[in-house]
Write a protein that binds this ligand. Structure first.
Ligand code: PEP
Ligand code: MG
Length: 741
């Protein structure tokens, strides 16, 4: 090890260094042969250096992945220790190397972060079994070579055009979770700690360092386990208990110590043991084992950070694409927004909190990109396509050029939308439309000015609760609501009270599992039963609006009675505030969301009980058609532009008009130009959507003749026997009138 360390420090050309390394290994292991094979992008293992085989075969001898002993080691990421190599079924003889005279064979994979980069082999003429220590030593040298390969020092040693596997372009197809295209460089969220200090000076002190770090690791797990919020049963606890078990796993600790005794630093030992384990377990398909592998990875990363501290790589990267297995929303907010171009997750779904936040920040996200973490290296070039779910790692120049054009095209479109910002939202025939935006976090607020929205039509207050790891205090809530009203600067803001339950889970609020969470104990149902939670929120809202206008709306109302109950709670809070001398809102408006079809049959009573209504078309459509909005197999089976659904929306609008109660719509429908057009045709004059949708919808409506569309739609809605969906009628109308949709 000492000699290897000296060799690494000598000012040698990469090929000379490799030649020296194989020579040194052969001498130390009393082997006649030592050879190094490197995996190329075309899945071929090429001989890069040899001591003992025909030197003329260097860069010429090659084996395919899976072919021969070397190919088998690379493909399985497992070492082979054979006293009679020729007897192994995979043995293939390469005539150019002259290796027929060697009987015993020891080969180890060159691994980095669980990826195979090559194979290191020793051979002897005599039939012999290599000892366990020899295997360990060879594996340790392989790790040094892995660092050389990863550092790019072996590029260019072979014939021109040869690309190493490590720099091979790879594409993944995941699912698009947040719109946009990001070009940049990889930043691994759980940084693959770059272990630069490989060799220890003194084995004993290094074992001590390792022992201390392991002690810290164990006690941090114990203290997490004793925290109140994980003390109960549940997923969190199960994961932490697995961690505890692994952190005390004797086999793991023994392998770590062994690696240190073989000359590695504590951190290099963690990296080596983890890399071996990952490579072996990667091939297993059992989901349980793979999950445990993730646990081990997390643990190893924790230990590494304990040993060397966090790598502040992000500081040097201005166009970071964060690559992570999964991530909490708060962790994303730890990064500086202006440094992030995209996010790639191996897990993640539309409703993941981190995705909600990324969307609010306008960061393109692709989820379910399996394998991205282990294939990516920090600083690799990468493209995230939030439109079709593609992730392109180390893209070739042609791919980069295509995406460069795509980004330019999008930027031009964005520019066009920006130029519409100051333009009033009025249809071509002079009908003004109130365009509002949906929001939920502080980070959304700049969009209010940038998008040109008239106000906030839906403020999802649950997002603050979802991104926090503990329940936000009343003062935190009040601070957020005040900040929102300050930013709105007199523009209307409609706050929706907590809509948790269903798919919106708060980790710190215990809820029993439900068979049908969407139909379960959620939103106002939960809030009315737990008046403590609701009253705290109402108090924060009312205090935040002191002397200003406050608009409060309740989600998932099913029965008008619930509106009365909720109003009573508001009254009680106002009384309370007055009694204690607080300034109450100057104007208070109370509304209900229409998301449950039962309300369609109590519209008159509802309109009498509220100051406004807002249609949550996402949920209303889900319940109206009995299709789970998150289930891709059914979610698009029925059309929200169908006559029955549009008819329901029209009935709500008519009831609002009868009672002089404003009706708006704040589901995703409002943000799609074609469906927004349909809404205007039905008679909607106020809609609320996510900020990026404002430009495209405004572009649509400024070229729309609302009167002509209303007439066309009415004729079709009434026509008997015609197709149920109005989509075609609407598309035809848009096309014949040159309306961008
Ligand atoms: C809706 O259901 O349409 C809505 C706006 O609420 P959310 O999407 O938050 O459920
Ligand atoms: Mg809803």
């Amino acid at each position: 090890m000492r000699r290897i360390r000296e060799l690494m420090a000598e000012p040698l050309e990469p090929q000379a260094r490799l030649d020296q390394i194989v020579k040194l290994i052969a001498r130390n292991m009393v082997a006649e042969v030592c050879s190094l094979y490197v995996l190329r992008a075309d899945s071929v293992l090429e001989l890069y250096a040899t001591e003992g085989l025909n030197p003329g075969s260097v860069h010429l001898a090659q084996l395919k992945l899976g072919e021969g002993l070397v190919g088998t080691i690379a493909a399985t990421a497992r070492a082979l220790n054979l006293s009679e190599a020729q007897n192994h079924p995979a043995f293939t003889y390469l005539p150019e190397t002259g290796e027929e005279i060697f009987h015993s064979f020891l080969g180890v994979p060159i691994l980095r972060a669980g990826r195979t980069l090559g194979v290191l082999v020793v051979q002897n003429k005599a039939a012999r079994n290599y000892r366990e220590e020899e295997l360990e030593a060879l594996e340790t040298v392989a790790m040094v070579v892995a660092e050389m390969i990863a550092a790019g020092s072996l590029e260019g040693l072979s014939r021109p055009g040869v690309v190493l596997d490590l720099s091979r372009p790879v594409s993944f197809t995941g699912i698009p979770l947040s719109e946009g295209i990001g070009l940049g460089h990889v930043v691994l969220h759980e940084p693959r700690v770059v272990v630069t200090n490989l060799f220890n000076e003194n084995g004993e002190t290094e074992v001590d360092r390792l022992t201390v770090a392991l002690g810290f690791l164990r006690s941090s797990i114990e203290s997490m386990l004793s925290r109140r919020d994980v003390a109960g049963e549940g997923e969190h606890r199960a994961v932490l208990e697995a961690y505890r078990m692994f952190a005390n796993d004797r086999g793991w600790v023994r392998r770590l110590e062994e690696a240190v005794r073989n000359g590695l630093t504590a951190e290099a030992a963690v990296e080596k043991v983890q890399s071996d384990m990952r490579a072996r377990m990667m091939h297993m398909t059992d989901p349980y084992i793979r999950e445990r592998l993730h646990d081990f990875d997390d643990l190893a990363n924790r230990l590494l950070r304990q040993l060397i501290g966090r790598d502040d790589l992000i500081d040097g990267i201005k166009d970071a694409v964060i690559v992570a297995r999964s991530m909490g929303a708060a962790e994303l907010l730890d990064y500086r927004r202006d440094q992030i171009r995209g996010l790639v997750l191996e897990e993640g779904a539309t409703t993941s909190h981190v995705v909600i936040v990324a969307r609010a920040l306008g960061i393109p996200v692709v989820g379910q990109a399996k394998g991205a973490v282990s294939m990516a290296e920090n600083r690799d070039a990468i493209i995230v396509d939030g439109e079709d779910g593609g992730v392109h790692l180390r893209p070739p120049p042609e791919v980069e050029a295509v995406f460069g054009d795509k980004v330019k095209f999008r930027a031009r479109r964005q520019e066009r939308f920006r130029s519409l910002r100051e333009r009033p939202a009025v249809t071509r025939d002079g009908v003004p439309i109130h365009m509002m935006m949906n929001a939920g976090l502080l980070v959304d607020l700049p969009q209010l000015t940038e998008s040109g929205a008239e106000g906030i039509g839906l403020f999802r207050t649950e997002l603050q609760f979802m991104v926090a790891s503990t329940m936000p205090r009343t003062s935190d809530q009040q601070r957020l609501y005040s900040a929102v009203l300050d930013a709105a600067d007199g523009r209307p803001v409609t706050f929706r009270t907590l809509d948790v339950g269903g798919d919106k889970v708060l980790p710190y609020l215990s809820q029993s599992p439900e068979e049908n969470p969407a139909l379960g104990y959620r939103a106002v149902r939960l809030s009315l039963d737990r008046p403590g939670l609701m009253r705290t929120q109402l108090r924060a809202l009312l205090k935040a609006a002191a002397g200003r206008e406050m608009r409060i709306m309740f989600p998932m109302i099913t029965d008008v009675f619930e509106v009365h109950q909720a109003r009573d709670l508001i009254e009680r809070e106002i009384d309370h505030l007055r009694r204690f001398g607080h300034v109450v809102p100057e104007v208070l408006k109370v509304g209900a969301m229409i998301e449950v079809p039962a309300l369609l049959f109590q519209l008159d009573a509802l309109m009498e009980a509220v100051d406004f209504v807002s249609i949550g078309s996402n949920d209303l459509f889900q319940f109206f058609s009995a299709v789970d909005r998150g289930n891709a197999r059914v979610a698009t089976r029925y059309d929200d532009l169908s006559k029955p659904f549009l008819g329901a929306l029209k009935a709500i609008l008519d009831a609002g008009n009868r009672h002089g109660v404003p009706v708006t719509l704040c589901g995703e429908m409002a943000g799609r130009p074609l469906s927004a057009m349909a809404l205007i045709g039905l008679g909607f004059r106020s809609i609320s959507m996510s900020p990026p949708a404002i430009g495209p919808v405004k572009e649509m409506l400024t070229s729309l003749d609302a009167g002509a569309l209303a007439a066309e739609m009415e004729a079709h809605m009434r026509a008997p026997g015609a197709a149920s969906s109005m989509r075609e009628v609407l598309v035809r109308f848009a096309e014949t009138h040159a309306i961008p949709y």
